[in-house]
Design a protein around this ligand. Structure first.
Ligand code: FA5
Length: 342
């Protein structure tokens, strides 16, 4: 028998005995690997005292064998792989998907809870809820709010600048211009959002916190309207009359401007670390929108006036849920957050 016939027979015999991928791979290496029988036979065909024509024929036959063996191996390999996957699936542990989960149940974050509550209150009063990006530009965050470059009011809101010159918004007021341009007057909208400031962190200040801005523009809007909406919102949030105080406050985008403080509900006004020992918590600066801001938003100031407020949503959540330290919100303080599961 010539070497090609011998190899063909022994390959066929061993191939038919293969039962799994490992054995198949071993067979492939044995016949077709670098030192495999067929590879070696092709590299060095020996056929007694064969003529060059015989050797040529032998090479052809060996190449044919190599091609067939390779094809057989890859077809069988695919069959074995499929069978092995099926067997693994059948042997995998079976899960009863109707069983209740064994992991701990989560909850909505306190900020989300308070945000939804305040949104619902304002929606009932006819306000639209708007969204605005966290990354904005200098124009929207400052200039369109009557804060030109180098205005000292910028010092109060040091922020994080991106390499392309954009900024992380320091306050939700950054959306005022875009919303005025989008809707024109008359307008009632609130826009919650995450704000960022480069400032020292303590029990009431974080570098990342939430605000909720509100804006109402119409004919004859006055401070009385502003006070009415603020009081209604706060007494609904706290389910009782809340003591508030208005102080004059300076913000270049309102005139007149106020600071609306609420009596600290954690210490009842006695003074504690949560209110900086003052008994009051600065919650909601507000004021009548500055005519420059209205005009930059495309509003006709002969016909319309408006008020705006910037509610500290994270601080409101602290008051409502008795969370003493603002750092608990972003630090994954499970002891605090677990209270909201239920
Ligand atoms: C502003 O951001 C103005 N844009 C608010 C405004 C809107 C005024 C419309 C007038 C008209 P202020 O920097 O004071 O103002 O922040 C508003 C509220 O956000 C604060 O009262 C406070 O409740 C909250 N706040 C501010 N800085 C922080 C901070 N670092 N951590 C947590 N809450 C903060």
């Amino acid at each position: 028998m010539n070497p090609q016939m011998e190899l063909q027979e022994s390959f066929a015999r061993e191939f038919s005995a293969v039962g799994d991928s490992q054995a198949l791979e071993a067979l492939r290496v044995k016949y077709l690997g670098k030192n495999g029988f067929i590879t070696q036979a092709l590299a060095n065909p020996r056929a007694g005292n064969a003529t060059p024509e015989d050797l040529l024929e032998l090479r052809k036959a060996l190449n044919h064998l190599k091609k067939n063996a390779g094809g057989d191996i890859s077809r069988r390999g695919e069959e074995l792989r499929q069978a092995e996957i099926l067997a693994a699936e059948q042997n995998a542990p079976q899960y009863d998907t109707t069983l209740p989960p064994r992991f701990e149940r989560g909850s909505l974050a306190p900020i989300t809870l308070i945000q939804r509550e305040v949104e619902a209150i304002f929606e009932r009063m006819g306000f639209a809820v708007e969204d605005y990006p966290e990354i904005t530009d200098d124009y929207h965050c400052f200039e369109a709010l009557n804060i030109p470059p180098f205005h000292p009011a910028r010092d109060m809101q040091d922020t994080f600048y991106l390499e392309n010159g954009q900024v992380l918004k320091t306050h939700t007021s950054a959306a005022q211009n875009a919303i005025m341009r989008k809707y024109g007057a008359p307008l009632r909208a609130i826009f919650p959002g995450r704000c960022f400031r480069n400032e020292a962190v303590d029990a009431t200040h974080d570098n990342t916190f939430f605000q909720m801005e509100g804006m109402m523009i119409d004919a004859d809007i006055s401070i009385a309207n502003l006070i009415y909406f603020m009081k209604t919102m706060l007494s609904e949030v706290f389910d009782r009359p809340v003591k508030v105080r208005l102080r004059p406050g300076f913000f270049p985008f309102v005139e007149p401007g106020f600071e609306l403080d609420i009596n600290c509900l954690i210490c009842g006004g006695e003074g504690c670390p949560s209110c900086g020992h003052s008994g009051w918590l600065e919650l909601c600066p507000c004021g009548m929108m500055h005519p420059n801001v209205l005009r930059m938003g495309g509003i006709d100031t002969d016909t319309y006036t408006g008020f705006a407020f910037g509610l500290g949503l994270t601080r409101l959540a602290m008051m409502k849920y008795g969370i003493k330290d603002i750092r608990d919100f972003n630090s994954g303080a499970l002891k605090t957050l677990r209270q909201f599961v239920g």
